[in-house]
Design a protein around this ligand. Structure first.
Ligand code: CTP
Length: 451
């Protein structure tokens, strides 16, 4: 009888705890949706662990970046980390209880190390000290963060930070090698002057880089088939406008962004066809690619394929001008100077938008060096597009010929620019596709409402 009453009491108490945890989780989500930068339709849950190093304060930037990218974030800290940054700061930013000691009476979840690690899509530790790395590598579970690591079923990403001597120590090298074998993704620290005055590798990598690696891991786990009804036609790469049989005018585009969109769309169930100019990277497996080197050839190929497409994305860097004359033989350097006459090429994107029928969605790119948003907005309007992806091509870490991109998406009749942080081109591609899914839903709703 007494045993029954005690069991009921414990059961009731556990239920209360779960209600509390569930309530807090539900509270955290609206914070994301309140964000002026719209979240991904599929909110990803991330556990962010912080261990005790001088770089602990940078974890707040990682947290904000994750939130801006549409993730819901819960935070756990080691006791030492709390000496560098207050849990209250992370609680205010994440909108949820920060777990330091799961035995503490104020911890709302009695088995937090399990719920925390097994309901998330990604577990990040930034900064990860030499101590936490050693514990992870050897399966030590003597506090909340280390027990969470052992119980974690999600991909794990760590960003080490420590003194260069500690970083080079054979024990740390051994532990990191073990973690790599265990499947942990590591964002290596970068080099520079440390807080202790030493110069060398060990400084926590840029929060933007940590974020880019995190978003890439999250993108890999994406399985939705939300583009199963769409047929995408994508242009990519640089066009080449020939002057003679050996010389041409071209640009630095590698074709990565268009191919990344093709790869992402294919994984989400779309039928994908790419018309590619000159590219310096391989096309993704399973994507049909038609080569069209000049702006004229690309225009022809696109117009031929257009009737089958439901979405057109112009990611190619198409020449606006081509030589008015192409010499049939290699031109000799007979004159002291040379004046070239160039003529306008057809605007493929503009022509596609003017010819659109049957709910075709038309998305363009705006590669700009100045007044990025203003110029993109103008192209969105004058070319009559559904959306435009703007990027600043003067950035050395993003855009042309880079594996990463920092894009801003502007949507016709949208709520304002969606400015995204630096991320891999594959993740950026997924975010563009998320907007296309939203646009399609919006056009279908308007059609049903007869608008
Ligand atoms: N584009 C196109 N055909 C062209 C030129 C551009 O399809 N002849 C497309 C690009 O693929 C991109 C968009 O138009 O999606 C904008 O390209 P961009 O080079 O940024 O701008 P332009 O329209 O060429 O204008 P400007 O060079 O004056 O900035």
């Amino acid at each position: 009888m007494i045993a029954n009453a005690v069991t009921c009491l414990i059961a009731h108490w556990f239920q209360q705890c779960y209600i509390e945890v569930e309530f807090r989780e539900r509270q955290a989500t609206p914070r994301m949706t309140d964000n002026p930068l719209k979240p991904s339709p599929e909110i990803k849950k991330v556990a962010l662990g912080i261990s005790g190093g001088i770089a602990a304060y940078k974890a707040a930037e990682v947290l904000r970046g994750l939130q801006l990218a549409g993730c819901s974030v819960r935070v756990a800290m080691t006791k030492r980390a709390c000496e560098f940054i207050q849990p209250l700061t992370l609680r205010a930013l994440s909108g949820a209880h920060v777990i330091v000691d799961d035995y503490a009476l104020d911890n709302p979840d009695p088995i937090a190390h399990i719920t925390f690690s097994q309901t998330v899509d990604l577990f990040i530790v930034a900064p990860a000290t030499a101590n936490i790395i050693a514990k992870f590598a050897n399966g030590v579970a003597d506090d909340f963060l280390t027990s969470t690591y052992l119980a974690c079923t999600a991909p794990v990403l760590i960003a080490p930070a420590m003194n260069p001597t500690m970083w080079h120590h054979p024990a740390t090298v051994r532990n990191l090698s073990q973690l790599r074998k265990d499947g942990v993704r590591i964002v290596d620290p970068d080099s520079g002057e440390m807080a202790c005055g030493t110069i060398g590798p060990g400084r926590l990598n840029d929060p933007e880089r940590i974020l880019a690696a995190a978003l890439e891991l999250l993108a890999k786990g994406r399985v939705t088939q939300d583009l199963a009804d769409e047929r995408l036609l994508i242009t990519t790469g640089a066009t080449r406008e020939e002057l003679d049989p050996v010389r041409f005018i071209s640009n630095r585009s590698s074709g990565r962004m268009g191919f990344a969109i093709a790869e992402a769309a294919l994984s989400r169930g779309a039928e994908v066809s790419v018309v590619a100019g000159a590219t310096s990277v391989n096309s993704p497996k399973g994507v049909r690619v038609t080569r069209a080197l000049s702006a004229h050839e690309m225009h022809e190929a696109v117009m031929k394929k257009l009737p089958k497409a439901t979405v057109f994305i112009g990611a190619a860097a198409v020449a606006d001008y081509r030589p008015a004359q192409r010499a049939a033989t290699k031109q000799k350097k007979s004159q002291s100077s040379l004046v070239l006459t160039l003529e306008r090429t057809r605007d493929i994107l503009g022509d596609v938008a003017s010819a659109r029928t049957n709910g075709l969605l038309v998305i363009g790119f705006a590669a700009e060096t100045n007044d990025v948003l203003f110029n993109a907005q103008e192209k969105l309007r004058t070319k009559n597009l559904d959306a435009i992806v703007a990027n600043d091509v003067t950035r050395i870490d993003a855009g042309f010929d880079s594996t990463e991109n920092a894009i801003t998406i502007l949507v016709r009749d949208g709520q304002g620019p969606l400015e995204l942080p630096l991320m891999s081109k594959l993740e950026a591609a997924h975010r563009i596709l998320d907007e296309i899914v939203r646009l399609r839903a919006k056009t279908e709703t308007s059609a049903v409402a007869g608008l």
